[in-house]
Design a protein around this ligand. Sequence first.
Ligand code: MLT
Ligand code: MN
Length: 301
Amino acid sequence: MLLQVLGTAAGSGIPSGTARAPDAPGHAQFHWRRRHASLAVRTGEGRWYLVNATPDLGDQIEAYPALHPGPGRRQTPVAGLVLTDAELDHTTGLTRLREAHDGLEVFATAPVRQAIRDRLRLDTVLAPYTDVAWHDLPVRGSAPLGAADGGEGLRGSALPVSGKRPRYAAEEPDDEEWAVALRLYDPATGASVLYAPALAAWPDHLHRAAAEADCVIVDGTFWDEEEPRRAGVCDHTATGMGHLPVAGPGGTAALLAPLTARCLYTHLNNTNPLVDPDAPQHKQLARLGLEVAHDGMVIQL
Ligand code: MLT
Ligand code: MN
């Protein structure tokens, strides 16, 4: 399985109005620049699926030659998408794919599809431009992603990790599938990866999947539980905002450290000390065998 990390920042982006790179020597802007959290996964020769569609999607495609349009006019190697939630930082990029000549396959859980249809109305908006086939991302069982040309493609399944819905969908009903971890499985090699950019809890089913995975890429929005309050982001704790913190009691670092999988953090908020490449917190994670993903990272499993 081949994964291309397209971006690693939370919704407000890095840098943002509140987190500019300092002008100090050694702090080149590119060290700090992170695009919105997203991943591309190769599902076959010249075929890719994106995990989430960020507002940066145009730049992200531009930055990675394997995703550039072609070979024919209005053709794209991006054959489909999987959405882990309906948040604006993970869905609004869908409009950038409206020129996909051969149509798009989009996989998401039922509440996410409903929010996109009834609140964002993206299905109606996209329909005149390209054929989007909306599919369920199943919690039980798995969906085939990108099988083509005799290849098997990958399998994708959802593991519920948060009932937090986007603010624009506040009136939609409760559902445990508002935000899920995506499990990608390669039947050809047996490799599996878990991708969870929004993690409000660490349920048993996620723990079991993480224990079997080769790679786990999870929510690194906040370093510690008090960070959003301390930084004046809002009155909630990290967990209260739907993001388990990295450090401290109940933090994900302690949960990830015993795993045999390669573990990385993504979806970093601009208040997280990890956005500074020289921050001592990187060494703290490295001692636990944990990494921070960066834009452009290639992961081969
Ligand atoms: C989140 O990750 O919690 C959301 O993206 C926040 C938001 O966009 O408002
Ligand atoms: Mn987000």
